[in-house]
Design a protein around this ligand. Structure first.
Ligand code: GLN
Length: 285
């Protein structure tokens, strides 16, 4: 069967399964199997599909038809221009989270400093920041050892040597450590949220998505605990759901943070809230 016909049939199959991005997904998966780019695929569409690759492709399309995320099928996802390895042990990096990276880069303009990324997953935020600020020491922590191993693998493959990763339950392993910037994309979805039953979220680790207290449990805890780990004038930046900004700002203010504000993602939703530490780091109250 010709490649263009194979692709056309895969698109039809994904459309029939109700996929909202059938053509794009079918193209990405075929390029992945063949090890080519899209331009190659459309130039050489009249070539015969090699038998082994065709079988592999049809297996991937079958998995995609039941909803498996493309990023898990290909094992990679681009974030901030970096190609990151992904696995079902971690959240799939999302474009929304680039809002957090932008805000962190804006606040972290000094040539040197320390940034902590809590719940780093693939290492996406930590690696994006580290790649832009080679003079900074970046630390990413995760409670999942599999995530720590994946983030280290990503750092190595990308040749980013100013980012380190270790296992920690939020700040538990970081007693006495302070940072100019503390950032996190923690779990913030309510366990009853119907979005959990749609799209990629069905296949991602619950522990990376769901938090108690209508999704606020980890957000609140990080605001409370971060105060012991910020240098005076340091900043805490948190990603959250698109309706959660007012309450996160209130919590930041209640905990004594200054300059509390939110930043919008590309869809115009308040996605990140931040505040500045006005006290003397771990020596504070
Ligand atoms: N932003 C993701 C979503 O709603 C969730 C990420 C998270 O819980 N940290 O799909």
């Amino acid at each position: 069967m010709r490649l263009d016909r194979l692709l056309g049939r895969a698109v039809e199959r994904l459309e029939a399964a109700g996929s909202p991005s059938a053509r794009r997904d079918a193209e990405v998966l075929l390029c992945h199997v063949l090890g080519v780019d899209l331009a190659w695929l459309y130039t050489w569409g009249d070539r015969e599909a090699p038998v082994l690759e065709r079988a592999r492709y049809e297996a991937l399309i079958a998995a995609r038809a039941v909803g498996k995320p493309v990023a898990y099928l290909t094992g990679k996802r681009e974030f901030w221009g970096l190609v990151l390895s992904t696995s079902p042990d971690t959240l799939i990096p999302r474009p929304d989270t680039e809002t957090l990276v932008e805000a962190a880069l804006h606040l972290g303009r000094a040539p040197v400093g320390r940034l902590l990324d809590l719940g780093t997953g693939t290492g996406a935020i930590a690696l994006a920041f580290a790649s832009e600020r080679p003079g900074w020491a970046v630390l990413g922590i995760d409670i999942s050892l599999a995530a720590v191993a994946l983030a280290r693998h990503n750092a190595e493959r990308l040749g980013i040597d100013n980012a380190n990763f270790c296992k920690s339950d939020w700040f538990a392993a970081l007693a006495g450590e302070v940072f100019e910037l503390v950032v996190a994309n923690p779990p913030y979805i309510d366990a009853q949220d119907p979005h959990l039953a749609s799209g990629d979220l069905r296949f991602e680790p619950r522990s990376a998505l769901v938090a108690a207290n209508q999704g606020f449990a980890d957000l609140c805890r990080l605001v409370q605990d971060a105060r012991h780990h910020l240098t005076p004038g340091g900043w805490l930046l948190l990603e959250h759901g698109h309706t959660q900004a007012p309450r996160v700002r209130d919590v930041l203010q209640d905990e004594g943070f200054l300059e509390v504000a939110s930043r919008e993602d590309l869809s115009g939703h308040e996605r990140v809230s931040l505040g500045q530490a006005a006290w003397a780091g771990s020596l504070g109250r």
